[in-house]
Design a protein around this ligand. Sequence first.
Ligand code: SAM
Ligand code: DTB
Ligand code: SF4
Length: 342
Amino acid sequence: MDTISVNEQRNPCADSRRNSQHWNVGQIEALLALPFSDLMRRAQSVHRQHFDPNAVQLSTLLSIKTGGCPEDCGYCPQAARYHTDVENQDVLSVDAVVAAARNAKQSGATRFCMGAAWRSPKQRDLDKVIAMVKAVRGLGMETCATLGMLKAGQAEQLKDAGLDYYNHNIDTAPEFYGEIVTTRTQQDRLDTLDQVREAGLHVCCGGIVGMGESRTSRAALIAQLANMDPYPESVPINNLVQVEGTPLHGTEKLDLLEFVRTIACARIAMPQAMVRLSAGRQEMPEGIQALCLLAGANSIFYGEKLLTTGNPDVERDQALFAKLGIRPMEAQHEASGASGKA
Ligand code: SAM
Ligand code: DTB
Ligand code: SF4
């Protein structure tokens, strides 16, 4: 039997993501250096032990507050200090968010992720997000939010509202972090992740590659994610989307087979995580996307927009699924009501 039982797949409990193995950077680098075919075979075999290889989880993103962010993340078109084409947009109404979520559900997405260009939400902002989470949950979708750093008690409030996942990326290896962001430290990110985990929310945490980091730094990013105890339920691997006006625009592009290798390492080091082939998919030929799925990616962002940049449209993705024999994965959350801890 190739896959584990549906129940285990649906509720990958923390115990099974507790680390029996500590990954050091050298071990991940050794994986990255394997002959491609050997690496793919290893990743496929791990993937098939834990998941149906033909099912892909579909998450749709919506930017609920766009641009004007005080942070200086060198990759991000929403930082106020860079001159990009992004138009600032204040917090959306609950009605607008529900309309977008309904649309996403209609197209086949099971998870709806709400992103905001905040360093950290103010309480009155959080109150608005809470109303959104309740409404989207009411549609029967899984909910995810990415709002920046959280203050004490905020993760609990989101959990109580029925939020399923909180996305907070560590973005890059600790030694490279200061080259990319200076307005916070990676430890700040880790502190928020602790609060998220403590509140009982599922953790969505990954990073970005193609930012000019070395292969060792890519390995260090994967090792750091894999050594979290437990490692995240969901691990987005983003390929930098280069946006004019951001400091990282013009960075040498990562070879896409190296991107596939990074996905394979994430799968091997975090066997039971959902590994998401995230930003950068629009610039990837179908063959590369297929290789990412073969390497163990089993989740994508679905819908024509990420937060401010483009993503393949639904028709194109559906055509790709048909060619590859891929089916959308069912929603995985427990059918609890709009509030109350699961
Ligand atoms: N402001 C919040 C934060 O930083 O956590 C939430 C929104 S922020 C846009 C969410 C994530 O998007 C970032 O952590 C980063 O990983 C990813 N991201 C932003 N710009 C990107 C880009 N140009 N290419 C790839 N990923 C990007
Ligand atoms: C993640 O890891 N990638 C998403 C989501 N989490 C929030 C965001 C990608 C943003 C790409 C640039 C943009 O569209 O603004
Ligand atoms: Fe702000 Fe998030 Fe963009 Fe950084 S990644 S500038 S925190 S919106």
